[in-house]
Ligand binder design. Structure first.
Ligand SMILES: Nc1ncnc2c1ncn2[C@@H]1O[C@H](COP(=O)(O)OP(=O)(O)OP(=O)(O)O)[C@@H](O)[C@H]1O
Length: 477
């Protein structure tokens, strides 16, 4: 026995010292294969492509193993896609990795295989995973382990996902329906200066929407929700959209209706959106003439407040096309989706577009009131209590000033916070005295009541909330 062990050790040392590493690996592989051939094993092969089509399961396994096998194989591949947040790590070919699932041991190996000749006669190669396991675990592997890998890979994808903003206005030249751009807008519900009651109502509504997949199925509705954001320019409609997308961690599809040529192109765009997305149509009243269901629009001149007029392109998109886009049969072709339309003039929109089921929630973003003012002062100046805030509280209900106007003044006084407050109050007082000169003084005491005479909405925040909830009742009725 002693001499046998001594001989083995001498041979082992000789092998280590004199054999080149590649020959040593070959011998090790041979013995490993010999030993595995003694064990009864079942195997599943997962190829990278099937008839030229990508295999989703192969990609899922790649992701799953990347997250697990980092410490095991000797050689790993590292790479980073353009704009991807993290480095991706992958197993190199001709290596194996052991995993354990519910007490059962399985072995994964990655191989490169030749899969026949390509169209030009050259040999095409592809990778494949081989999963080996004991025959007694066959059912568990098929019914539980593989679904477990799919689920785990989806979770990893969600974690590593770089959210995207898709636009259709630049995509035409590239022959694609949507052009994706990495999306990272800093607006959140914390930075958003709107009435705090309205803010938490919107957050609650979004949470409820996300949690109600079963409910939507049960009542036979597609899992989507429509918001109409309306109010004067600079009151935070775009900021709210970004905050919602950040809150839900959804992608945004920014639909430029003037770049859509026909109802069928509109349908095509809708089909090419994915689930977990917010579809946005900004300034819907400026995009198209939506006054008649089948009316088509040809080279209409459009003008948005503050912007120079622009000619829109030849388009045959009609109101009925847009209505179908919002809640036609095609609108339920993907999972959860939020559609948000914005306008400065709600009264110009066709009632058909506004009804519950299409625009489930109407959100009025009006001029700045004290709750929103305090949020701006806190965010921009880091001031929560100040005599000037009390003064602002008195003047605010009497003037029309947008959060954008206030933010701009605060921004210009970055180094002198108090000066920011003083300047804003001065600006408000000067607006007030101009209004008094014109003898247009609104009623005192109502925080968001506005001077009469303009065609803007005069809903105060309570009315906004009431309106939202009556919309809800209509919806559930
Ligand atoms: N409610 C708000 N809270 C925080 N910031 C705001 C708010 N409203 C406006 N702002 C600031 O003003 C700028 C313009 O706001 P935003 O684009 O969201 O307004 P809007 O209502 O969408 O305007 P428009 O109708 O002209 O598109 C933003 O960059 C943001 O910094």
């Amino acid at each position: 026995m002693g001499s046998m062990i001594a001989t083995i050790m001498v041979i082992q040392t000789a092998v280590r010292n004199f054999l080149p590493p590649w020959l040593e690996r070959l011998i090790n592989d041979f013995f490993a294969k010999f030993l595995t051939s003694l064990k009864p094993q079942h195997a599943i092969i997962i190829e990278e492509f099937d008839n030229g089509n990508c295999n989703d399961l192969y990609d899922a396994i790649h992701l799953y193993l990347s997250s697990k096998c980092i410490s095991s194989p000797k050689v790993l591949k590292f790479f980073k896609h353009k704009n991807a947040p993290n480095v991706t790590k992958k197993m190199n070919s001709d290596q194996s990795f052991e995993d354990t699932f519910k007490g059962a041991k399985v072995e994964w190996s990655l191989k490169q295989v030749t899969s026949g000749k390509g169209s030009r006669g050259q040999e095409s190669t592809q990778h494949c995973f081989k999963l080996s396991f004991h025959p007694s675990n066959k059912n568990m592997i098929h019914d539980e382990y593989i679904p477990h890998i799919m689920e785990a890979s989806e979770e990893i994808l969600c974690k590593n996902r770089q959210r995207k903003l898709y636009t259709n206005s630049l995509s035409d030249h590239l022959g694609r329906s949507w052009l994706p751009i990495p999306f990272s807008h800093p607006s959140t519900f914390e930075t958003l200066a709107i009435n705090p009651v309205l803010k938490s109502e919107i957050q609650e509504d979004l949470k409820r929407f996300m949690d109600r997949k079963e409910f939507y199925n049960r009542v036979g509705r597609s899992w989507k929700r429509g918001y109409l954001l309306y109010g004067p320019p600079g009151t935070g409609k775009t900021s709210l959209i970004a905050a919602i997308a950040n809150f839900l961690e959804f992608d945004i599809y920014d639909l430029e209706l003037t770049a859509v040529h026909s109802n069928s192109q509109l349908k095509n765009l809708l089909i090419n959106t994915s689930s977990k997305s917010v579809i946005v149509v900004e300034d819907i009243d400026c995009s198209l003439d939506l006054s008649g269901r089948t009316k088509q629009v040809v080279n209409r001149e459009v003008r948005r407040e503050g912007d120079p007029p622009k000619k829109i392109s030849l388009s045959t998109v009609s109101l009925s096309g847009v209505l179908n886009f919002v809640d036609g049969l095609w609108s339920c072709c993907a999972g959860e989706r939020l559609m948000i339309f914005t306008t400065n003039h709600k009264e110009k929109l066709d009632p058909a577009l506004l009804r519950a089921g299409r625009m489930d929630k109407h959100i009025n973003l009006s001029y700045c009131e004290i709750g929103a003012f305090k949020i701006l002062a806190k965010n921009y100046l880091d001031i929560e209590e100040h005599q000037m805030i009390k003064e602002a509280e008195e003047v605010l209900p009497l003037v029309k000033i947008t959060p954008a106007d206030i933010a701009e003044i605060f921004l210009s006084c970055e180094d002198n916070e108090e000066m920011g407050l003083v300047n804003v109050v001065e600006e408000m007082k000067s607006r007030l005295s101009k209004m008094e000169e014109k003898e247009i003084v609104p009623e005192l005491g109502s925080p968001q009541s506005l001077p009469v005479g303009d065609d803007e909405e005069t809903l105060d925040s309570d009315e906004t909330l009431q309106e939202s909830s009556s919309c809800e009742q209509e919806e559930w009725a």
